[in-house]
Write a protein that binds this ligand. Structure first.
Ligand SMILES: Nc1ncnc2c1ncn2[C@@H]1O[C@H](COP(=O)(O)OP(=O)(O)OP(=O)(O)O)[C@@H](O)[C@H]1O
Ligand SMILES: [Mg+2]
Length: 235
């Protein structure tokens, strides 16, 4: 479903991603792990079309989408939840959700159906649907950005550190939702610092180090074979 090959991304003279390759099959959840600065978010932003790669290719369902911009990527079936958890604070929860369906706004029945599905999946959002999104807690905002991303009916969902800064009980809820989305057949790329949680839900994992893939394997192999202290503290 998603094939990234030999991807390189630069910020001027800084080469943040130095030739990474990864794949995710339909319905698979892959975890992208690694220390701060390893290049995880850069990889995600490049796949999302927000950064142009210096080299390499990106394919979705076999189609080359390497040079597509952010809106084109959404139309190709890719939705992204960035690290920054951006909601439109003055718009209500329901209005934020509707913005996620912008590319298919003419499919009114489908959009209504998806909104109901997301409000069922995230009851905390349903209770707060007419509240301005800026008044939500951090965990609720994270639920909202995931639900909003799902409103474009993606084939592939990229999640950059969804558990960052959230209380353990909320983290558990977010991971439960991720599990539900995975079981519905969605392909997911999950960037996480919470390695234990990520490897619980992941099928396979890639460990990034200094812009490269340092290790990859099934979630079981990676948790057994990888010295995470070295990966995370060694930089
Ligand atoms: N806009 C930018 N301009 C210049 N360098 C950048 C920019 N964004 C990121 N970098 C650099 O690229 C490298 C990779 O950063 P990136 O944000 O992709 O790492 P990360 O793995 O997501 O880290 P974290 O776990 O802290 O989110 C870092 O060395 C960072 O300083
Ligand atoms: Mg990051």
């Amino acid at each position: 479903m998603l094939e990234v090959a030999d991807l390189e991304v630069r910020y001027g003279a800084i080469q943040a991603v130095r030739g990474i390759s990864l794949t995710a099959k339909r319905g698979e959840l892959i975890a992208l792990l690694g220390a701060n600065g390893a290049g995880k978010s850069t990889t995600i932003m490049c796949i999302a079309g927000a950064l142009k790669p210096a080299a390499g290719s990106i394919r979705i369902a076999g189609e080359d989408v390497t040079s597509a911009g952010p809106e084109a990527m959404i139309r190709k079936g890719l939705a992204t939840v960035t690290e920054t958890r951006d909601v439109f604070p003055d718009l209500t929860v329901a209005e934020n959700l509707m913005l996620g369906s912008y590319i298919r706004r003419h499919d009114r029945a489908g959009v209504t159906e998806d909104r109901e599905r997301m409000l069922t999946l995230f009851p905390r959002l349903a209770e707060r649907s007419s509240q301005p999104a800026g008044t939500l807690s951090g965990g609720e905002q994270q639920m909202l950005v995931i639900a909003r991303a799902m409103m474009s009916r993606p084939k592939v969902l990229l999640l950059d550190e969804p558990s960052l800064g959230l209380a353990p009980a909320i983290v558990d809820q977010i991971f439960e939702m991720i599990g539900v989305l995975k079981r519905s057949g969605l392909t997911i790329v999950l960037v996480e610092q919470n390695i234990a949680k990520a490897l619980e839900v992941a099928d396979r994992a890639y460990v990034m180090r200094l812009g490269r893939i340092a290790a990859s394997g099934t979630a079981g192999e990676i948790s057994a074979a990888t010295d995470f202290n070295a990966v995370y503290l060694g930089g």
